[in-house]
Write a protein that binds this ligand. Structure first.
Ligand code: G3I
Length: 347
């Protein structure tokens, strides 16, 4: 692994990376530990990961690997995700006889209980083996409580995604997810004397785009007005070279007057195909400017909770053909790393 300036030393907020167990050993781990202080599970703490084929609650070996790795290396662990319309088992939205749940009062009550049970099982499963939240042995510091609940289209009224969750409970499922998570992580399974050890986030993509940003802001305002315990607003920022960097500033500033912290939760910058040397240089400039936005926002507000890149190396990215990350498949720093670190060399 190259002897580079640790990227995390160039910022005043925690720097995270999305991983699975492939990054927890060998040279990839060495690279990770040099540059990052926080990890997110890219896939294995999503809803479907917590159940076996018989619909029984379990903790996936990958989630355990992540928790062990974070604990052993003193990394913060950012949980992703408690409630999402995607990567949830189909039976989650069905009655025990396999028929679909509806918005009847009986089905609503059933779904509320299913949601509460899920959140409490996750919270208890981790606390049992890693100690209460807020204690030295438990690495979990935050959760995306709900993910991608805002509609891409301008739905009349509330602007929320018409998901299975929504069709059964309406907006209430978002309120309940936060209330249950708060109760489980910050009360029942919290270390004594700790105040809100786990930060509760709402998270979404395309928040740098105007109309969706309006809907996101309106929802967060409604949640806060209703006393829903939302601590933070997440911006995924899956962007490309054509996304104006100024729109990232606008997105963060849009929430700056609200009593929340903010996080960049899934940063990557695609360069298009084919990947060319010129595009990789442009990507270096993009990461430079984006990290300047994040540093500047944190300097002005103190409210940047963390910035997470969505993968360690290009070959492991969900958009691997477009080389969106800081390091290449040979674990070598790209122009993107030098840009993010604010170093001239290489760019
Ligand atoms: O684990 C199976 C493996 O057994 C099988 O052989 C293989 C065959 O395709 O699939 C593997 O599962 C894949 C999984 O990633 C693990 O690699 C799934 O098919 C694939 O759909 C899944 O993609 C993930 C995607 O979420 C699913 O929605 C991506 O890795 C992950 O980066 C992506 O992350 C999301 C965030 O959670 C939310 N925001 C958007 C972001 C990008 O889509």
């Amino acid at each position: 692994v190259q002897d580079l300036v640790p990227l995390r030393d160039t910022v005043d907020f925690p720097l995270g990376v999305a991983i699975d167990s492939r990054e927890t050993s060998g040279a990839a781990s060495e690279l990770l530990l040099r540059h990052f202080g926080q990890v997110t599970g890219e896939n294995h703490m999503k809803v479907e990961a917590w159940y076996d084929a018989q619909q029984r609650f379990q903790r996936h070996a990958e989630a355990t690997a992540l928790l062990d790795y974070a604990q052993a290396n003193d990394l913060r662990l950012y949980g992703h995700v408690l409630v999402w319309h995607s990567q949830s088992p189909e039976w989650f939205f069905e009655r025990e006889d396999g028929t679909a749940l509806t918005s009847s009062e009986a089905d609503k009550a059933f779904m509320r209980e299913r949601l509460r049970t899920h959140v409490f099982d996750v919270a208890r499963s981790i606390a049992e083996d890693y100690g209460p939240y807020g204690s030295d042995t438990n690495p979990l510091v935050a959760w995306d409580v709900v993910n991608e609940v805002v509609s891409d289209a301008n739905e009349p009224g509330d602007g929320l995604r018409r998901s299975a969750w929504y069709s059964i409970l309406g907006e209430e499922y978002i309120h309940l997810a936060f209330r249950y998570a708060d109760e489980a992580f910050n009360e029942v399974y919290a270390a004594e004397g700790t105040d809100r050890p786990v930060a509760l986030f709402i998270n979404d993509y395309n928040t740098e785009q105007g109309a969706k940003q309006d809907r996101y802001r309106a929802l967060v305002e409604r949640l806060l007005a209703a006393g829903v315990p939302v601590d933070g607003v997440g911006h995924q920022f899956h962007v490309s070279l054509t996304t104006p960097v100024s729109s990232l500033t606008v997105a963060l500033d849009r929430f700056a007057d609200l009593p929340v912290v903010q996080a960049v939760t899934e940063l990557d910058v695609t360069v298009g195909t084919p990947v060319t040397e010129a595009n990789l240089v442009a990507q270096g400039h993009y990461y430079r400017d984006a990290f300047d936005v994040f540093r500047d926002f944190h300097a002005r507000t103190g409210d940047m909770y963390s910035v997470t890149v969505w993968g360690l190396t290009d070959n492991r990215s969900w958009r691997s053909t477009q080389a969106p990350l800081l390091f290449d498949g040979a674990l070598q720093a790209k122009y993107a790393y030098y840009g993010a670190a604010g170093l001239d060399e290489g760019v």
